[in-house]
Design a protein around this ligand. Structure first.
Ligand code: ADP
Ligand code: MG
Length: 698
C-alpha cells in the first residue's frame, strides 16, 4: 500500500457556458513514505493546485486521492479532520502564522486541536521549535514580531508538531534570502528522513541539490517524473483517533473578543437594551391586570357618583338618540338595592362645582379641587387612611381634610406643614330663573368661608390629584338654611337653595340632570363594573369610572403597541448581532483558514465565533437584569405618582406562570437561540469563500 496515491485527479474551472479551463490533470501519481519529492514547473502550471488538493484545502473536480489506501472522501471535514490532519502538515510561502498569538502557542495549536493535553502540547511544541532552531527567548513573542526566516521555521515547527506522515511545502523558501533558504532546506531534508515531503519550488538549484524525486508539471500535466535517490518504503500506519478538546477554542475566542472589545461591547449594549425592554414588557403584561384591579378597588371608596336617567328619543342603530334627565327622587329612594348601598343626595354641582377659588393668606392656591365626601362619619371614611391630624365632626362645614398631594402642593406654597392651617374659600354662582310671569330673576349662591385643615389622608379617591374633601352633608345643611334672596322676595316666601335645587325640573340646568350617590359604607367598595343594581334606564357614572375606563382602554392599546415595538426591536437587535458576527467572521477569514489548515474542523471554527457571541449574550443577560430591575422600580414610582396604580410592572424573575425561575430560564434559552441564530446563519452564508485563496494571498 502506498502512503499517498493519486488517481485520475483533475481540477477544472468553468469559463463560460459548457467550457472549462483545466488547471491540473487528469494525473496519476504514487508516493513512498519518505524523501523529498519536488514539484517543478512554470508559474501557472498547476503546482499549487496539486499541493492544495493533497492538503485538502481544495476539492478536485474529478478523481480521488488515497491516504494509506483510504479515500479522502471518507474523512468527514465537518466533524473529524483530526485523523486527517495529524497525517499532513503544510508549510506555505507566506507562513500563515496567527500573528497576534505567541510563537509557542502557534506551534501548540495543531497539537491542542488534535486533542492533546495542554502540558503535552507544550512539550511537543518546545521540542519542535528546538528542532527547527528557534531560540527560547522567542517562544513568548507574538508571531508578528519575527523575521521572515524565523517565521518560516516556526511554520515548519507547527507543521511537524504532530509528527505528520506527509509534509507539504508550497514554495517554502520563496520569501527567504539565501542563508535562510539553506537553513530551511537542511531542516526539511532532515525531516524527510522519516517523512514524505512534497515540495513546490521555483529554485532549480535547490531542487537538484535536495530532492529525491523530481516531478515536472506543464499545463497541468506531468511531463517528467525522475527518481534520483531510491528510498526504502516503510509504511507507518496512523494510529489513534483523538478526542476533541476545546481549551484552544476558548483561548482563540477570548483573544478575538479582546481584539474586538468595542464592537462586542456595542453588541452587548444593543442586546441589553432589547432584553431590558423584553423584561419590562413581560413585567407589564404579567402584573397589569392585577394592579389595575387593585387600583380600581379603591374606586368610589368615598367618592361620589351620579345617577341619571337616559331615555331614547327615537332613531335606531348608530343613529339612536338618547336624552338625559334627572330620575324621579321617590322612585330612586324606593329602589331598595340602591338605597341600601348609597346615600342619595340632590346634586349641587351646578352651583358648587369642584373648581372654586381657594386662597391661603390672600394668595390663590391653584389646581386644588373642592371634592365632596358624604360626611366625616366613621362609616363613610376609613380612618386607617389618616396620615396626620384628626377627623372633623360628622357634618363640620368649617373643617376639611386634604389628600397628600394637596398637602404637598400647599406645603410648597406656604413653606410649612398645612395641618391646622386655614384656607379661605371664595365662591359665587349666579343663577337666573324664569318666573311664571316671564320675568327673569337673578340669585347668587355664595360660599365665603375660612376653613381649617384638620387632617391629611392617603388618597381616598382614584387619581391622586390635589383635593380638598369637604362634607357634602354639611353643604346640604347649609343650603337648607340659605334663602334665595331675590326669588323668595318675588314669591313672598322663604325658598331655600335646597328647596330650589330639590324641586328643579328634570331638565333644569340647576338640577344637573342627576342625583349624587355616596357609598354608605366604605366596606362596600365595589368595582366600577358592578352596574347590575341600576336598571330601567338609570345610568351610573363617576369621574373615577370614566378615568378607569379610559385607562383600561389606553393600557390595552399600549400593550399591543409595546409588543409590536418589542418585535421590531428584536428584529433590529438580531440584525445588529448578525451583521456584527458576520463582519467579525469575515475579517477573520484568514485566521479561520489557517486554523482549518492545521486541523480545526469547521464545527470548531464556528464554535469560536459562537463563544464570542455567547459572552455578549450572557453579559447582556446580567446587565439587563440589573438595568430592568432599576427601570421597573423607577417606572412604578412614576406610574404610582401620576396614575395611582401600584406596581403596574412586576418582572417575574422568581416565579412565572406559577413555575419557579421559569422566566430566567426562558431568557437564557431565548438569548442562546438568538445568539446562535445570529452567529451561525450569517457564517453559513460566508462559507463559500475559499480558504485556498486566503492561505495563498501574499
Ligand atoms: P502554480 O503552478 O503557479 O502554483 P496554480 O496551481 O496556482 O499554478 O494555478 C494553475 C492554474 O489554475 C493557473 O493558470 C491559474 O490561473 C488557474 N487557477 C488557479 N485558481 C483558479 C481559480 N480559482 N479560478 C480559475 N483559475 C484558477
Ligand atoms: Mg503556486
Amino acid at each position: 500500500m502506498k502512503t499517498l496515491l493519486i488517481k485520475n485527479l483533475a481540477k477544472r474551472y468553468p469559463i463560460g457556458k459548457d467550457r472549462f479551463f483545466t488547471a491540473l490533470g487528469p494525473i496519476n501519481l504514487s508516493f513512498d513514505s519518505t524523501g523529498i519529492v519536488a514539484i517543478n514547473g512554470k508559474s501557472g502550471s498547476g503546482k499549487s493546485t496539486l499541493i492544495n488538493l493533497i492538503a485538502r484545502i481544495d476539492t478536485p473536480t474529478e478523481g480521488e486521492i488515497y491516504l494509506y489506501g483510504r479515500p479522502y472522501k471518507s474523512f468527514n471535514k465537518r466533524t473529524n479532520t483530526t485523523f486527517f490532519n495529524q497525517d499532513i502538515g503544510i508549510v506555505f510561502q507566506n507562513y500563515n502564522l496567527i500573528d497576534e498569538e505567541t510563537v509557542l502557542y502557534n506551534v501548540e495549536l495543531p497539537s491542542l486541536i488534535k486533542g492533546d493535553s495542554a502540558k503535552k502540547s507544550k512539550e511537543k511544541a518546545i521540542k519542535s521549535l528546538k528542532m527547527v532552531g528557534i531560540k527560547e527567548e522567542l517562544f513568548n513573542l507574538k508571531a508578528s514580531k519575527l523575521s521572515g526566516g524565523e517565521k518560516q521555521r516556526v511554520s515548519i515547527a507547527r507543521a511537524i508538531v504532530n509528527d505528520p506522515k506527509i509534509l507539504l511545502c508550497d514554495e517554502p523558501t520563496g520569501a527567504l534570502d539565501s542563508d535562510n533558504t539553506t537553513n530551511v532546506m537542511e531542516l526539511i531534508k532532515k525531516i524527510s528522513e522519516n517523512t514524505l515531503v512534497i515540495m513546490v519550488s521555483h529554485n532549480l538549484q535547490i531542487t537538484k541539490q535536495y530532492s529525491d524525486r523530481i516531478i515536472e508539471i506543464a499545463n497541468g500535466q506531468i511531463v517528467k517524473d525522475e527518481v534520483i535517490n531510491k528510498k526504502e518504503d516503510s509504511i507507518r500506519f496512523s494510529k489513534k483517533q483523538m478526542k476533541r478538546s476545546s481549551s484552544w477554542i476558548n483561548r482563540i475566542a477570548s483573544s478575538n473578543y479582546k481584539r474586538r472589545i468595542k464592537r462586542n461591547v456595542f453588541s452587548s449594549v444593543a442586546l441589553t437594551i432589547v432584553l431590558s425592554m423584553l423584561y419590562l414588557v413581560v413585567g407589564f403584561i404579567n402584573n397589569k391586570d392585577k394592579s389595575i384591579k387593585e387600583a380600581c378597588y379603591k374606586q368610589l371608596d368615598f367618592g361620589s357618583g351620579s345617577v341619571s336617567k337616559e331615555t331614547s328619543t327615537g332613531g335606531s342603530g348608530m343613529l339612536s338618540l338618547t336624552k338625559s334627565s334627572r330620575p324621579d327622587y321617590e322612585n330612586l329612594k324606593s329602589n331598595s338595592k340602591i338605597s341600601e348601598k348609597y346615600e342619595i343626595c340632590i346634586n349641587f354641582s351646578a352651583i358648587l362645582p369642584q373648581n372654586i377659588k381657594i386662597l391661603y393668606d390672600d394668595e390663590i392656591v391653584d389646581d386644588l379641587l373642592f371634592t365632596p365626601i358624604y360626611s366625616f362619619d366613621r362609616q363613610h371614611i376609613d380612618r386607617s387612611l389618616i396620615v396626620d391630624g384628626t377627623l372633623p365632626d360628622e357634618a363640620a362645614i368649617d373643617e376639611v381634610i386634604i389628600n397628600q398631594s394637596a398637602a404637598n402642593l400647599i406645603r410648597k406654597e406656604i413653606g410649612k406643614n398645612p395641618l391646622n392651617e386655614y384656607l379661605t374659600i371664595e365662591h359665587e354662582t349666579e343663577t337666573t330663573y324664569v318666573t311664571n310671569t316671564e320675568e327673569y330673576v337673578n340669585d347668587i349662591f355664595r360660599l365665603n368661608k375660612k376653613i381649617k385643615i384638620s387632617a391629611i389622608v392617603e388618597e381616598i379617591n382614584y387619581l391622586p390629584t390635589p383635593k380638598i374633601y369637604y362634607s357634602y352633608l354639611a353643604i346640604e345643611e347649609y343650603c337648607k338654611d340659605y334663602i334665595l334672596v331675590n326669588l323668595s322676595t318675588y314669591n313672598n316666601e322663604d325658598i331655600t337653595w335646597y328647596d330650589r335645587v330639590m324641586n328643579a325640573d328634570n331638565n333644569a340646568i340647576i338640577s344637573s340632570y342627576s342625583y349624587l350617590l355616596f357609598l354608605k359604607n366604605f366596606n362596600d367598595r365595589i368595582t366600577p363594573f358592578d352596574n347590575s343594581i341600576f336598571s330601567d334606564g338609570l345610568v351610573f357614572t363617576s369621574q373615577s369610572m370614566v378615568l378607569t375606563d379610559s385607562l383600561f382602554n389606553f393600557l390595552s392599546v399600549a400593550e399591543y403597541g409595546v409588543i409590536l415595538f418589542l418585535v421590531i426591536a428584536f428584529v433590529g437587535a438580531l440584525l445588529i448581532l448578525s451583521i456584527m458576527s458576520f463582519t467579525s467572521f469575515s475579517e477573520d477569514h484568514k485566521k479561520s483558514a489557517i486554523l482549518s489548515s492545521i486541523g480545526a474542523s469547521s464545527d470548531q471554527i464556528e464554535e469560536i465565533y459562537l463563544q464570542e457571541s455567547m459572552v455578549n449574550g450572557f453579559l447582556s443577560i446580567l446587565l439587563s437584569v440589573c438595568i430592568s430591575f432599576g427601570l421597573m422600580k423607577l417606572a412604578n414610582i412614576l406610574i404610582y405618582k401620576y396614575l395611582d396604580i401600584k406596581e403596574l410592572i412586576v418582572i417575574p424573575f422568581l416565579e412565572f406562570l406559577g413555575i419557579k425561575f421559569l422566566f430566567p430560564l426562558l431568557i437564557v434559552l431565548v438569548v442562546m437561540l438568538v445568539v446562535s441564530f445570529s452567529t451561525l446563519i450569517p457564517i453559513s452564508f460566508s462559507k463559500r469563500k475559499s480558504i485556498k485563496g486566503e492561505l495563498q494571498s501574499l
